[in-house]
Design a protein around this ligand. Structure first.
Ligand code: FAD
Length: 531
């Protein structure tokens, strides 16, 4: 058993930032865990476009406007205002003063500000097309420098500990639900340990891996949401899953993001026979139409014609030298799998990209459960509403990581940990079956297919009902399997994946109105009777 002041689950930008801020008090003990062997591995590491700052012709008001307009009327204005006003200063503190990320600069020393879709000013800081990698490298190094942060890798949180759920004392059933840490599976030692903490911060990232096509790495399977849901936390906006129109569709590199900037530089989408099609869906913007319009157009072409992918042609529209200079990572990753983007079109599919919903938190990252905070993509501050404005998520993770840490510092005195005598050790006595990787992988693929076809880009009441029926059946099977089977990281992920898939499908069925990235062919207008 371990005890600590603060347990942080997840070492992406949100968890790492919270840890660094909390560690400023040398008397405070922090345990930071990640299920990965490498603390840098996370969605944060794959961010390409960059992180929002404030450009020369920019203002907090302008950014708030852009966030609210992307959010399609469902963004919480107070949250957008916090990001816009506090963001630049907090970014300086964490990524320039504490960690010195080498953002691209002009020859004179000023930052190069990038422009992205739906931003009305240049305001995005980047490091080539590998911003996330550069950020995670310096954050991971900063974590190692703090002696009061114990960083545990290969450590998968299984469940949050609450007295009503776990205590041996029957009277604890009547306690309000508060979080006192987590059961953590040590993948090296193959054992589960209790980690008791005065405060727990969930920073487990997104859910892209619940879908067959996704830009997210394997860890994005909704573990934090599954745990929070079982503990009784409120989860909101789960129907809003953002899809990116263009992910690479080549064996060995599935899901690798082909940035929107490729279309920004003149790239054109084609059917596999070479027919341009975006004009049929958006005659004005064509290939530069908003993300959700382009994604749905590709999806429709694929479904109605039986294509496995479409093509994105930049070779005809940009000189080879310019392509190599502008998109060095995309060029080299495609070349690695046999596609030379300076000579041939790129096979692409739309892919699940970002989860706008999550564990509901307030403006300080506090969830509906006492002592439980959530930050980054696992949380829902309300800022993204029904659709996320590009490049806001890294900054949101950073800002709320710091705000949560500041709030925790106000309320938790060092060395104040919960009583341990009533929280039993993990009981493995009934676990007689060895974990079967084929079963786990097969079930995971079934969930991904259900989510892709029935809870994907284009939804309907029938598709969603079908998904819910199938997912419920699977959840029963998986829960029975879980109760008998020796624990593994894959099994933990599968159990969470089916739970979170159901949460998303149910939220999508409940919301009959198409808005932002939730699109239903049988949408009813707001104000109509809900069927
Ligand atoms: C390809 C791609 C490109 C993107 N580009 C941009 C961009 O340009 N700009 C932008 O703002 N956003 C971008 N995003 C979105 C952004 O990267 C993410 O929203 C953000 O990084 C999420 O950060 P996080 O700290 O919340 O989660 P993550 O960075 O995903 O970190 C999650 C952490 O939780 C850990 N974890 C998960 N489950 C468990 C468990 N059970 N036990 C222990 N640890 C666990 C993981 O190991 C990891 O350490 C992009 C995303 C992708 C996938």
């Amino acid at each position: 058993m371990k005890t600590t002041d603060v347990l942080i689950i997840g070492s992406g930008i949100a968890g790492a930032t919270a840890a660094l801020k909390l560690a400023e008090d040398p008397g405070r003990r922090i345990i930071l865990i990640t299920r990965e062997p490498d603390p840098e591995e996370s969605n944060s590491r794959y961010a390409q476009g960059g992180i929002i700052h404030r450009g020369p012709d920019d203002s907090a008001d302008l950014l708030v406007q852009d966030i609210l307009s992307a959010g399609a009327g469902a963004s919480l204005p107070e949250a957008a205002r916090i990001l816009a006003e506090e963001g630049p200063q907090r970014l300086h503190e964490v990524l320039l003063a504490e960690s010195a990320v080498d953002f691209d600069r002009e020859p004179g020393g000023g930052f190069v500000y990038g422009q992205e879709a739906a931003h009305s000013a240049r305001r995005i800081l980047h490091v080539g097309d590998g911003t996330g990698r550069a950020i995670m490298k310096v954050l991971a190094a900063a974590l190692q420098r703090r002696p009061n942060i114990e960083l545990l890798t290969n450590a998968t949180a299984v469940d949050l500990i609450t007295y009503p759920h776990h205590s041996r004392d029957p009277l604890d059933t009547y306690q309000p639900i508060a979080c006192h840490g987590a059961y953590v599976f040590d993948r090296n030692g193959q054992a589960v340990h209790r980690t008791l903490a005065a405060v727990t911060i969930l920073a487990t990232g997104g859910i892209g891996r619940l879908y067959r096509n996704t830009t997210n790495p394997p860890g994005a399977r909704g573990d934090g949401l599954g745990m929070a849901s079982r503990a009784g936390a409120r989860i909101i906006n789960a129907e809003y899953v953002q899809f990116h129109p263009t992910a690479l569709s080549v064996p060995g590199a599935e899901g690798f993001l082909i940035s929107e900037a490729v279309r920004g530089e003149g790239g054109v989408l084609l059917t596999p026979e070479g027919r341009p099609f975006m004009e049929n869906y958006d005659p004005h913007w064509k290939d530069l139409a908003p993300r959700d319009v382009v994604s749905r157009a590709i999806h429709t072409e694929m479904e109605s014609n039986g294509y496995s992918h479409v093509l994105l042609d930049i070779a005809t529209h940009m000189a080879a030298e310019a392509i190599r200079a502008r998109f060095p990572n995309i060029h080299s990753e495609c070349l690695r799998v046999g596609i030379d983007i300076t000579r041939e079109p790129i096979p692409v599919v739309p892919a699940a990209h970002y989860f706008c919903g999550g564990v509901q938190v307030d403006l300080w990252g506090r969830s509906s459960i006492e002592n439980l905070y959530a930050v980054g993509e696992v949380s829902c501050t309300g800022m993204h509403g029904a659709n996320r404005l590009a490049s806001t998520s890294l900054l949101e993770g950073l800002v709320w990581g710091m705000r949560a840490a500041e709030d925790v510092a106000r309320i938790v005195k060092p060395h104040h940990t919960p009583r341990s005598e009533d929280i039993p050790p993990w009981d493995e006595s009934g676990l007689t079956v060895d974990s079967d990787p084929a079963l786990i992988q097969g079930d995971m693929q079934t969930i991904q297919n259900i989510m892709w076809h029935y809870v994907g880009l284009v939804r309907s009441g029938d598709r969603l009902s079908r998904a819910i029926r199938e997912l419920r059946h699977m959840q029963n099977e998986i829960e029975t399997f879980y109760r008998r089977t020796k624990l593994s990281d894959g099994l933990i992920g599968l159990r969470n994946a089916v739970e979170v898939a159901l949460i998303v499908a149910q939220a999508a069925r409940h919301n009959h109105h198409s808005r932002g990235c939730h699109y239903r062919v049988d949408s009813v207008e707001v104000g109509d009777r809900l069927l």
